[in-house]
Design a binder for this molecule. Structure first.
Ligand SMILES: C[S@@+](CC[C@H](N)C(=O)[O-])C[C@H]1O[C@@H](n2cnc3c(N)ncnc32)[C@H](O)[C@@H]1O
Length: 220
């Protein structure tokens, strides 16, 4: 599918998929949204120092990189990401994340490695950050690990309704550790209800600029 580079409201870049009429991130601010939804509302809400994360939709790797940049505050982060349509590094490097995030040479190399190193392998990117990318379809993905935190970053329910169902959330609930958290940018009623039916306690929290609310779901 063809994608176009777009600059969002906070000056950071994203990709726009013309065929789906869908952006990879909020057009009000890509980095701003990722920091708010996934890092502040998800990662920082966990009271643990050893954390396992599952991301639905690796995409540009922005959430993975923002998590990597926080990893020094933790003993260890193991980050597994699912992606059915991997993007090429020569497209990713046209996005402005290196400059926008003020990445050092070493951090830029890590970001590049996130994309260029092989899939399906566990790769230790620093002493406290391990990445495993899985090229697979969320619709029939069989989980083999348990997780503390889920970054649920599929395209919107109007575009991919099959990825926001009770059935999918139940599979996630079953592999969530006690007190595990799922965070997502969508606060649609149907998403909320499907998460509740799957067993999660759901909170609606203030969203980033341009979005009134987001969801944090907790396995109690
Ligand atoms: C909203 S974007 C994710 C943005 C990403 N987290 C980032 O930081 O750039 C949704 C992602 O889900 C991927 N995707 C779509 N359908 C999928 C499926 N059935 N299984 C796995 N990944 C899928 C898309 O290719 C896309 O990369």
């Amino acid at each position: 599918m063809k994608s176009e580079l777009k600059i969002t409201g906070d000056g950071s870049a994203t990709l726009y998929m013309k065929d789906l009429n869908e952006h990879y991130h909020s057009s009000y601010g890509a980095v701003q949204e990722s920091m708010h939804v996934f890092i502040k509302t998800g990662l920082m809400a966990l009271k643990k120092k050893t954390i396992s994360i599952f991301e639905m939709g690796f995409g540009t790797g922005l959430n993975a990189m923002l998590t990597y940049l926080e990893a020094d505050k933790y003993s260890s982060i193991e980050f597994h990401a699912l992606e059915l349509y991997p993007l090429k590094w020569n497209l990713i490097e046209t996005l402005n994340y290196q400059g926008y995030l003020n990445l050092t040479k070493e951090q830029t190399m890590v970001f590049r490695n996130m994309h260029r190193l092989p899939w399906e392998e566990k790769i230790q990117l620093s002493s406290n950050f391990l990445l495993k990318k899985m090229k697979a379809d969320m619709n029939n993905h069989a989980f083999h690990s348990n997780y503390d935190l889920f970054y649920y970053d599929a395209f919107a329910p109007k575009v991919q309704p099959e990825l926001w169902t009770e059935e999918i959330f139940k599979k996630i609930f079953n592999v969530a550790n006690a007190h595990g958290i799922l965070v997502t940018y969508s606060a649609r009623g149907e998403v909320r209800r499907n998460l509740q039916k799957a067993g999660f306690k759901v909170e609606r929290l203030p969203g980033p600029p341009g979005k009134r609310e987001i969801i944090r779901a907790i396995k109690q």
